[in-house]
Write a protein that binds this ligand. Structure first.
Ligand code: ATP
Ligand code: MG
Length: 600
């Protein structure tokens, strides 16, 4: 793909890159051709944990700054004291950092601009462009009118400027009750765009703010504050989601109102910076919800184990699940940036995780539900207690990662599911009388099934000493080569370490959670978590120096991730800690099991 703006054969530039290219060519923000003027930001409100949708915004904004050699800012939009907490600030910083998005220091807070915004608001009152309204919230709402009828001007709309200035100062000082008055912009009560029908700029909130304490009794509304924050920070491209498209005329109006009568020699001062807002379609993945409010309900309702539950679509949940920032970024960039609302297949994110971990995760063997296997002829070919150390490949995708030694002895464990007593003809794993290859081990044949109370508790098997390492045995006297169709994983009973494994699945069974009943809780997947406490992993499973030197098992966040042969990709739960057995979380299976279900 290519287009008129790109080099032939280069990937098409998305519409935001095209806009920035034009700004650079025309010198809108500086000297024509200067790419380093590009300045973007990620502006979360600290009222919850970040989710996969925010990851898209981070990847986009930070990606553009990096691509153009510009700068990227992390700003907390902390204008709502009642819903905001330091815990959210801390988690957001950690998540943005983990995503690999380095910001220009220091971290910014909208609350640092409260004084400046207040001064600009007073300036608007003095210019006759804002007024204190003492109507009740209900009266203000009713006065807005409808899409077909114009609004009704407030009786306070034309009150004297000095009266508004005085009341506004006293609102700030805490003289009035919540909801008793607001500051409104004086724009156009008949505008077809509702956002322009004298929007509220400040409301009274007598509450503690997580940073400014009780210094303020008024707080700026999002629409007043947001564009000014961008202006103060010199943001060139204010990138936001589509639902803010019809707020853009208001943001532009506010900046133009401040700039009215400003300029060289003006009593108001110089003109302030006017960023360009551009809207794009939000990331909307299937099988997840991306609303902080609804995610908070899952947490508060105890449906998940906190914001960082590995089933949550939060960045901290995905991290705990074993997803990598590289995979999340690859997904975000891969789906592109457009102006069309669409839904995005969550399977693409899972595939990105699989692709990344296939390349980077060392291989290990782990048996989830162990079934004992006794090799009855082990003593016939040497010391009954002997252990043979077999060579296992560390990562077939990573040259140089080498091999490791895996112990093989007379007692092993295999996966319970890999044995079937009454197996169908096409079952190529272990069955009575059948032969199977133990990966990197030997071929074994099941001779006898031991049961207790109807349950299979042990298999008595023989091994073929000529199949060491899993290799085929030499041809028999007639030149015929024996073959096995199945290869299964195993661990040595005398060496394996007991671990806990948590198998995660999608949190919701519906592609659009809550679509049918209006409540996503109704679509929760009852099987989204299976905890297996008695899994057995091969010994010395930690990532080795040799592997790391070769580039496999190297993860910048320090989380160890592995492929368990035949089972999927797992990480050591970074939050489990403690003295108990290690806990492994499954990130994804080896194949897309949901695609299989859909085909059935
Ligand atoms: P939520 O609706 O989950 O509360 P929000 O948009 O209110 O999200 P903010 O903290 O205001 O949360 O978001 C910070 C930034 O992340 C905003 O610039 C917003 O546009 C962006 N963002 C939020 N959700 C998405 C999404 N699904 N896709 C892309 N960008 C998003
Ligand atoms: Mg928001």
């Amino acid at each position: 793909m290519s287009d008129e703006h790109g080099e032939p054969g280069a990937p098409a530039r998305n519409f935001i890159e095209q806009i920035i290219d034009e700004h650079i060519a025309s010198g809108r923000w500086g000297e024509p051709g200067d790419r380093s003027v590009v300045r973007t930001r990620f502006p979360p409100e600290p009222n919850g944990y970040l989710h996969i949708g925010h990851a898209k915004s981070i990847a986009l904004n930070h990606g553009l700054a990096e691509q153009y050699g510009g700068s990227f800012i992390l700003r907390f939009d902390d204008t709502n004291p009642e819903k905001e907490e330091q815990e959210y600030v801390d988690s957001i910083k950690r998540d943005v950092e983990w995503m690999g998005a380095t910001w220009e220091e220091p971290v910014r807070f909208a609350s640092d601009y409260f004084e400046q915004m207040y001064e600009w608001a007073v300036e608007l009152i003095r210019k006759g462009l804002a007024y204190v309204d003492e109507q009740t919230p209900e009266q203000i709402r009713a006065g807005r009118g409808t899409p077909t009828t114009p609004g009704t001007p407030s009786p306070y709309r034309d009150r004297p400027v000095d009266e508004s200035v005085d009341l506004f100062a006293r609102m700030r000082a805490g003289e009035f009750e919540d909801g008793s008055m607001v500051l409104r912009a004086k724009i156009d009560m008949a505008s077809p765009n509702f956002n322009l029908r004298d929007p509220v700029m400040y409301r009274i909130v007598n509450a503690e703010h997580h940073r400014t304490g009780d210094a303020w009794h008024i707080y700026p509304m999002y629409d007043w504050a947001h564009g000014l924050e961008d202006s103060i920070e010199g943001i060139t491209n204010s990138i936001c989601t589509l639902e803010f498209e019809n707020h853009r005329p208001l943001y532009d109006w506010f900046i133009d109102a401040i700039n009215r009568d400003r300029g060289p020699g003006s009593v108001w001062g110089e003109k302030i910076h006017h960023p360009q807002q551009t809207e794009f379609a939000r990331l909307n993945p299937t099988y997840v919800i991306t609303s902080k409010r609804k995610l908070k309900q899952l947490v508060d309702g105890g449906h998940v184990d906190g914001w960082d539950d590995p089933r949550m679509p939060t960045i901290s949940g995905l991290r705990r699940r074993g997803y990598t920032p590289e995979a999340i970024r690859a997904f975000c960039n891969g789906i592109g940036t457009t102006k069309f609302n669409a839904s995005h297949d969550i399977g693409l994110l899972e595939r990105a995780v699989r692709d990344d971990l296939n390349r980077r995760a060392p291989r290990r063997m782990c048996v989830l539900r162990p079934l004992k296997v006794t090799i009855t002829n082990w003593a016939e070919h040497g010391d009954a207690d002997r252990v043979e150390w077999m060579d296992a490949v560390n990562n077939p995708e990573c040259a140089g990662a080498g091999t490791r030694k895996v112990p093989f002895g007379g007692t092993l464990y295999i996966e319970r599911d890999d044995f079937m007593e009454d197996a169908p003809r096409k079952f190529f794993r272990l069955k009575p009388g059948g032969e199977v290859r133990l990966r990197y081990g030997y071929w074994i044949t099941c001779r006898e099934v031991v049961k207790e109370g109807g349950e299979v508790v042990e298999l008595l098997c023989t091994y073929d000493p000529q199949t060491r390492g899993g290799d085929s045995p030499p041809p028999d006297a007639d030149g015929k080569v024996r073959k096995v169709k199945g290869t299964i994983h195993w661990v040595s009973a005398g060496h394996a370490e007991r671990v806990e494994v948590r198998l995660y699945d999608r949190l919701f069974t519906a592609e659009r959670p809550g679509k049918a009943t209006g409540d996503p809780i109704d679509d929760l997947n009852p099987d989204s978590l299976e905890v297996i406490s008695g899994a057995l992993i091969e010994p010395n499973w930690r990532t080795t120096e040799i592997e790391r030197a070769a580039g496999t098992g190297v993860f910048a966040d320090g989380i160890e991730r592995f492929q368990f042969e035949r089972l999927g990709y797992f990480c050591i739960d970074p939050e489990a800690g403690g003295a108990g057995a290690p806990v492994f979380n499954r990130a994804v299976g080896l194949r897309d099991s949901w695609a299989k279900i859909a085909k059935k």
